[in-house]
Design a protein around this ligand. Structure first.
Ligand SMILES: NC(=O)c1ccc[n+]([C@@H]2O[C@H](COP(=O)([O-])OP(=O)(O)OC[C@H]3O[C@@H](n4cnc5c(N)ncnc54)[C@H](OP(=O)(O)O)[C@@H]3O)[C@@H](O)[C@H]2O)c1
Length: 202
């Protein structure tokens, strides 16, 4: 690998599986949350919160002291509350209407990890709200950021610091041996996951 990217020292006390499962999703989440410049007065909607990127994004938004709301399935509620989400909305219902009912003026920020085109949740946003997406769904213009995770040394070292002080949880729902990699990929596509699935390479 190139010396100027992809490498950082694993913090003492963080096991290899945790260190291995975190970087892509966590750096994508960090980049989204950085772009939104959250403060304690902000309400943020995170769509896709239970997944790999979302599980980090909600923790980082809560660390920034924003109020975090997320559409999800009933079985995700305890999991998401444990990561700092304060309000879980039924994912199958009219999410925009549910957000507007709770926040009539709309929310201040959006992380959309699910849509592949802009606009799906714009009606839930305040005028001038900020949006970030890993799938190009943030749209264009001021405050809109489409993210590509960069595994730079700087980002990896920032992540290492978050993992080292144990303030960022890396939820690994399941770990598979290398020979079971096809099964792991199948599970990612066919089942509802919370956090990450990991493959152990011995
Ligand atoms: N640009 C980048 O650098 C970058 C980096 C990492 C990831 N990504 C992309 O970002 C996206 C998210 O990645 P990920 O690893 O977090 O994926 P993931 O682990 O599959 O998480 C997606 C989550 O969204 C949930 N979801 C699906 N439809 C939903 C809906 N309508 N409302 C609310 N939640 C819904 C999923 O539930 P189910 O399990 O029930 O479907 C799952 O919990 C993917 O498209 C990935 O390719 C991009």
């Amino acid at each position: 690998v190139p010396e100027d990217a992809f490498i950082a020292r694993k913090p003492d006390g963080v096991d290899l599986a945790t260190a291995g499962a975190a970087p892509l999703a966590a750096i994508a989440a960090m980049t989204c949350i950085d772009a939104l410049d959250l403060s304690e007065d902000d309400v943020i909607l995170v769509v896709g919160a239970p997944g790999g990127v979302g599980s980090f994004a909600v923790q980082l938004a809560a660390r920034a002291r924003a109020t975090v709301i997320a559409p999800a399935l009933p079985e995700d509620e305890d999991y998401l509350r444990g990561l700092g989400v304060s309000d879980v909305i039924a994912r199958e219902g009219d999410v925009v209407a549910a957000v507007r009912k709770r926040h009539p003026d709309g929310v201040d920020a959006l992380v959309d990890l699910v849509s592949y085109a802009p606009g799906a949740f714009d009606a839930a946003l305040k005028a001038g709200a900020r949006a970030a997406s890993t799938n190009g769904a943030a749209g264009e213009g001021e405050g809109r950021t489409n993210v590509m995770a960069a595994p730079s040394t700087e980002n990896l070292e920032r992540l290492g610091a978050l993992l080292a002080d144990v303030s960022l949880r890396v939820p690994v729902q399941g770990t598979y041996d290398l020979a079971q990699a096809p099964e792991a990929l199948g599970a990612l596509g066919a089942t509802h996951t919370q956090g990450k699935l990991a493959i152990r390479v011995r």
